[in-house]
Design a protein around this ligand. Structure first.
Ligand SMILES: Nc1nc2c(ncn2[C@@H]2O[C@H](COP(=O)(O)OP(=O)(O)OP(=O)(O)O)[C@@H](O)[C@H]2O)c(=O)[nH]1
Ligand SMILES: [Mg+2]
Length: 256
């Protein structure tokens, strides 16, 4: 099942669904729309009349990308709706033509990442500045989080549902693309392994980006928080961790 969060994507959804259907006719789609003022939900509702495999959840207002993905994941897990879950953007940046590859890899691997930063992957219609910024941000995220994934902010990601069941999604807080790092970090902490395959990411053709200063700051802060939690984890697993050490007159040595 695909999870596609939408906010003001009315002009993209028809083409998106048509390309998805050509590549993956039987894959269910779960749209989560935050009551887009441009009428995205009405457009999805119209498409739904001809496509029974489309689910639509309309929320009260703009609650964020991260929370949209989490809510859909929680529903899929709790109602056992599918054995795999694939996150996908509505702006045609991710190639629907690679869905069969994603689904095939998910039969073998618990988490599959459509990656711009492995051999054969890349970006189209991005300025040199944006390319540098994105690869710099990825390197920063990879080093601080310690997650061995080349594309830490990849949003075309598939999970076996059993893996999502292990996560406590309610404690996740990220709203923007930091959510993508938060997922990968938490899975890595649980020793889940990743498979990356190359994709070419297309700059959105229509509609507007929801990228904001707040989302950027959250994205810059998350790797720092992850690094701090790694340091604490290491300290907690230190042999002396949790052992109160009071030197005594007889035995002034550290406990062993
Ligand atoms: N439900 C919901 N969806 C959202 C929200 N913000 C973004 N989205 C959707 O999440 C996906 C990714 O958002 P984009 O605006 O493309 O963000 P981005 O890919 O980081 O930015 P660009 O590269 O400029 O496109 C798109 O399908 C959006 O419509 C939100 O607050 N709520
Ligand atoms: Mg986008």
């Amino acid at each position: 099942m695909l999870i596609i969060p939408t906010y003001n994507e009315r002009d993209n959804v028809a083409q998106l669904v048509s390309r998805i259907r050509k590549a993956a006719p039987s894959e269910s789609i779960f749209f989560v729309d935050d009551n887009s003022p441009d009428g995205t939900a009405e457009e999805i509702h119209r498409i739904q009349q001809q496509d029974r495999r489309i689910r639509l959840l309309v929320r009260k207002g703009k609650l964020g990308y991260g929370s949209a993905c989490r809510q859909a994941m929680q529903e899929i897990v709790s109602k056992n709706l599918a054995d795999h879950v694939i996150q996908f953007d509505a702006d045609l940046s991710h190639p629907p033509e690679l869905l069969p590859t994603m689904v095939a890899l998910l039969r073998e691997y618990p988490v599959v990442v459509g990656s711009r930063y492995v051999s054969g992957g890349g970006t189209q219609n991005w300025s040199v500045r944006r390319r540098w910024l994105s690869s710099g941000a990825n390197l920063y995220a990879r080093l601080l989080t310690g997650v061995p994934v080349h594309d830490m902010t990849a949003g075309f990601v598939g999970y076996q549902t059993s893996v999502l069941r292990e996560l406590d999604l309610q404690v996740f807080r990220s709203e923007g693309y930091a959510f993508l790092m938060e997922m990968k970090f938490n899975l890595h902490q649980r020793a889940v392994s990743f498979c990356e395959f190359p994709i070419v990411f297309w700059e959105r053709a229509g509609g507007n980006s929801k990228f904001s200063r707040k989302i950027m700051l959250e994205g810059a802060r998350f790797p720092l928080k992850a690094f701090w939690s790694r340091v604490n984890r290491k300290r907690d697993h230190h042999p002396y961790a949790g052992v109160a050490w009071e030197p005594t007159a007889e035995r002034g040595t550290k406990p062993t």
